[in-house]
Design a protein around this ligand. Structure first.
Ligand code: ATP
Ligand code: MG
Length: 330
């Protein structure tokens, strides 16, 4: 029954910060990756508008290709908007993409949001495509705004995302864990709750009954908001893992980016059914949705072990590369 003090020596914290900057540089996407994505979107746009002219079909990129949290290996998330009903069934899209030379074209028609998934062999890009799911365009803009507000946000999130992928904790659809988006909301909320805060609550600023879709997006006006908080990257990384390894109360609390604090499961009616045992993270624009419900009880236990492992390895002075080594089943 060993007692583990959950804090770092200043020297350790500095070392972690240096390690983080190094890993961050490696994770940043190259310009070449950006250019390939632009080519790809133009191609998709042209394919659809050649096949179905006169339907005002537009391809919008969302997710990590545009929110500054992507790496060269991130997929492309595309939202097709059109007033036409002909694309409601994603199989129609799939057919076009197959005959256009795309590979591994699969439909996931019964997902919460129906999508087509494919791989472009020429541009070497994987892509998820939905039709008219504009909520994702809006929440992507919100993520992008939070990332732009303080220089610590981007490296912190990119490094934690990297860890989630290496440790197989980033597969909401098949792995029963959490999506990048859910992880990102957890980190943003953590930064909103630092004392003093690193990030503001964009849903609260100048919001006089402006409706569900609203958030304050004038980033320029908020530049320097987090400057009163002097925590280092290493200090924040450590505090994030301490938060979810030992401080967060999984049984009662709900992460809320919209409110910038923890809500109670009881006040949301999330103290029953699947939500009762899950890690609860509120969708900022659709507060009845729990982004954490992709993870079942066993996955939440696994997650908590991984938070604990990370924390203990940091305290033991291991470097990030070792801590983020790919998961191997024993
Ligand atoms: P990655 O680099 O891992 O692909 P990402 O930032 O693209 O990360 P994803 O989890 O792939 O994150 O999600 C892409 C986008 O889809 C998010 O930015 C968000 O706009 C939207 N999204 C994902 N999951 C949900 C969800 N459960 N509810 C609403 N929107 C979601
Ligand atoms: Mg993505």
């Amino acid at each position: 029954n060993s007692f583990i003090p959950y804090f770092l020596e200043p020297q350790q914290e500095d070392n972690i910060s240096i390690d983080m900057i190094k890993l961050y540089q490696e994770l940043l996407p190259k310009k070449e990756s950006h250019d390939r994505r632009i080519k790809f979107v133009k191609l998709m746009d042209r394919l659809m508008n050649t096949e179905w002219p006169d339907h005002d079909i537009k391809a919008h990129v969302f997710g990590s290709s545009v929110n500054d949290l992507g790496t060269s290996s991130s997929d492309v998330d595309l939202c097709i908007t059109t007033p036409w009903n002909g694309l409601r069934n994603v199989k129609t899209l799939a057919k076009l993409f197959r005959k256009s030379g795309m590979q591994h074209v699969v439909c996931v028609p019964r997902a919460k949001v129906p999508i087509v998934r494919l791989f472009d062999p020429e541009l070497q890009l994987s892509c998820d495509i939905n039709v008219n799911n504009t909520l994702a365009l809006q929440n992507t803009k919100m993520i992008k705004a939070y990332v732009a507000l303080d220089p610590r946000v981007r490296p912190l999130i990119m490094i934690i995302k990297h860890w989630t992928k290496q440790r197989l904790l980033n597969d909401a659809a098949n792995g029963g864990t959490l999506s990048s988006y859910t992880w990102t909301c957890m980190i943003i909320n953590f930064l909103q709750q630092r004392q003093p805060p690193v990030l503001p609550v964009l849903h609260h600023i100048e919001n006089e009954n402006k409706g569900e879709d609203y958030f304050f997006d004038n980033v320029e006006k908020l530049k320097g908001f987090g400057a009163a908080n002097q925590e280092s990257l290493g200090g924040l990384l450590f505090a994030f893992f301490r938060r979810f390894a030992v401080e967060f109360d999984y049984h009662t609390q709900v992460v809320s980016v919209r409110q910038g604090r923890y809500l109670l499961k009881t006040e949301k009616g999330w103290d029953t059914g699947r939500n009762k045992m899950s890690l609860c993270v509120e969708e900022p624009f659709n507060v009845s949705r729990n982004l954490g419900n992709s993870a079942d009880i066993a996955s939440v236990q696994g997650l908590r072990c991984e938070f604990q492992r990370f924390l203990e390895m940091l305290i033991a002075g291991e470097d990030l590369e070792t801590i983020c080594a790919p998961y191997r089943a024993m």
